[in-house]
Design a binder for this molecule. Sequence first.
Ligand code: ZN
Length: 270
Amino acid sequence: MNANKTRILPVIIMISFILLLSGMHRPILASPPGPTEKSKVLKIVIDPGHGGKAPGAVGPNGEKEKDITLAVSKEIARRLSEKGFEVLLTRDTDVYLPLEERTAFANRNKADLFVSVHVNANEKDSLQGVETYFLNLTTDAASMKVAKRENAMTSESLGSLQLIIKDLMLNAKINESSRFASSIQNSIVSSLEKSGHERKDHGVRQAPFYVLLGAQMPSVLVEIGFITNAAECRLLHEEAYQNSIIDGIVRGISTYAAHSTFAYNSRESE
Ligand SMILES: [Zn+2]
């Protein structure tokens, strides 16, 4: 690391920390039905992870992450549309889509929120549960591992710290994304509890995900379960279980949307 980078890094870490602290402890109130008069969030992009030649993580019997993410995302989109949101899917068939295309699509369409849906994997097949990520620097080895796997399809070397730092500086969506991630994570966990499927709550985490890089709106990546855990892989293919996850995500999005003042149509005047 050269002298210039050594000087700038502590400043960036401090700024990130302050942004995080300022956003973390705002309470989120009960879930509303959809966009309200006051709500500025109208347009939401849902991104089903992987697709086409990129199967994503693979389960014990060849189950593919890309199929689960597509089924779940389409239903999330349908239910959000019913609530009155405008919803766009980055893909609605089994096609390959480069990671950078996904946020570019959300930016181009001036979306207010971006949610990328994924299924987790780990060599430890006992690992199960749900976690929600937002883009940030991390030193946590487990989070880095998830980012490394999800970033596998990009030709860019993600390690490219400079790019991430530049993104953090240009685009102070970290605290909003952190609140958005909490809303979704808490909502999925409580939805699963209510339906009698208590799963491990891995909480809100942060990592450098290429698919979230450059997003001009609060954006998160949800890992809805572990495909490498045989029991959870089976659950992820069951309609009732999928419904419970979908309910949680939809509720988490609409709760956040109702209390956000950070939507695209407010960005113009900032
Ligand atoms: Zn994935």
